[in-house]
Write a protein that binds this ligand. Structure first.
Ligand code: ADP
Ligand code: ASP
Ligand code: MG
Length: 406
């Protein structure tokens, strides 16, 4: 008898009917002779509703209190789901993250799991119970409640699967698996049977919501077998696995888009050594993650430095740059936040120079201007105007014929 960890996202538990449907799926897995641990997210958009409540009280909610608030969302769904399973006559227990022994660091709102003490989980499994764990939350060694960042229930599931040595970690969501791009944007997006850890990591970090980036990092590190599938049907889903296990490596496997992007430019900075270091050190000290960076060619003895940050960090980044403008004698600072980052990902692209050219050609043919470009071995990202982002995803997807069968 193996242990199966199943995670159900917010859309899968959005209503009492949905919750009863999930209870049925869990019972099916139990009836197949498995021990089952289920991780569950907050119902529907309730995490967004909680965030809005906090913002109606204050523009600057203390991070500790925010975690206290956000963690309640998952507590609602674990209790209701457990009731639905109990109603069907099965032995079940709901556990908060803390009760499940999930320990994190103390970075509120984006805490990292540091360890799992699985005594309680093991005890409940041994007694034959189905376990329902609240995703997205844990506790610090000092006993404070933390949350793991948006989409963090995926990471809870993978971490628990590792801790209990589960055979498989199934991520149930509202689409049939991982697609060549967001199937809600591109109607001919194609479901992938499998995807490598590295490609999934890039797609997730470039904005594909379907798995949280940290969950994929965890999966890769601990070699967990993940299957992403729909909670609304019994279709096969997508396996996330080592590249060596996959049938073939694709040139380009997917297109991702990220709307959480703001571009800051500090222009007319003196073209002398040490300037970039001062700009990025000040951002690092404020714990602001910087993504894309470009420095323009010098004009006379001055040049411009542009970089992108998440929308949450844009105001703080602007304050820091305004401050540096004075210290460095720069000419000005500008902010653009009506942008989107469109990326292509593929393990096969590292040895193929034509891939970048094709991506830029697709954008040019659609008359879409590129604001910034960055590349790595297995990805190319372009910043474009927000209102052209859907079109950009579509034309790039078409250019690489990602909707066609392999
Ligand atoms: P859950 O609530 O189950 O965690 P999410 O909303 O976090 O679900 O993630 C699922 C969503 O991810 C899908 O509805 C889809 O719109 C989006 N998505 C973005 N990129 C992809 C992709 N490449 N493949 C599948 N889904 C994607
Ligand atoms: N409820 C949390 C969120 O909306 C965690 C999750 O869904 O994974 O981000
Ligand atoms: Mg999610």
């Amino acid at each position: 008898m193996g242990i199966v960890v199943q995670k159900f996202g917010g859309s899968s538990v959005a209503s009492p009917e949905h919750i009863k449907n999930v209870a049925q799926r869990i019972i099916e897995t139990k009836e197949q002779g498995n021990q089952v641990i289920t991780v569950v997210s907050a119902m529907g958009d309730s995490t967004d509703d909680l965030l809005a409540l906090a913002n109606a009280i204050t523009k600057n909610p203390p991070h500790r209190e925010m975690d206290m608030l956000l963690a309640t969302g998952e507590q609602v769904s674990i209790s209701l789901l457990s009731m639905a399973i109990k109603e069907r006559g099965y032995n079940v227990v709901s556990l908060t993250g803390a009760q499940a022994g999930i320990y994190t660091d103390d970075i509120h709102k984006k805490a990292k799991i540091t360890r799992i003490d699985n005594d309680r989980l093991q005890k409940e499994l041994d007694s034959g119970k189905i376990i329902i764990v609240a995703g997205f939350q844990g506790k610090t060694e000092a006993g404070e409640i933390t949350t793991l960042g948006r989409g963090g229930s995926d990471t809870t599931a993978v971490a628990i699967a590792t801790a209990v040595g589960a055979e498989v970690c199934e991520i149930y969501t509202d689409v049939d698996g991982v697609y060549t791009t967001d199937p809600r944007i591109v109607s001919n997006a194609r479901k992938l049977d499998s995807i490598s850890y590295d490609e999934m990591l890039e797609l997730a970090s470039l904005g594909a919501l379907v798995l949280q980036t940290r969950a994929v990092e965890y999966t890769k590190k601990h070699n967990v077998r993940i299957c992403v599938r729909s909670s609304f049907n019994h279709n096969k889903g997508t396996i996330v696995e080592e590249a060596s296990l996959m049938k073939k490596t694709r040139l380009v496997s997917g297109v991702a888009h990220d709307l959480d992007v703001a571009k800051v430019t500090i222009y007319g900075v003196p073209d002398i050594p040490g300037i970039a270091q001062r700009v990025f050190k000040s951002l690092a000290e404020a714990a602001i993650n910087v993504d894309m960076i470009v420095q323009s060619n010098p004009k006379g003895d001055r040049n411009d430095i542009s970089f992108t940050v998440g929308l949450d960090d844009r105001n703080r980044a602007m304050e820091l740059m305004e401050d540096l403008k004075i210290k460095l004698g720069a000419e000005g600072v500008t902010l653009r936040d009506n942008l989107a980052k469109i990326s292509i990902v593929g393990a096969g692209m590292q040895s193929n120079a034509g891939v970048a050219a094709n991506m830029f050609e697709a954008l040019a043919e659609a008359d879409i201007n590129i604001e910034l470009i960055t590349t790595s071995e297995i990805k190319i990202s372009c910043l474009v105007e927000l209102d052209q982002s859907k079109k950009a995803v579509q034309v790039i997807h078409d250019k690489f014929r990602l909707g066609d069968e392999d």
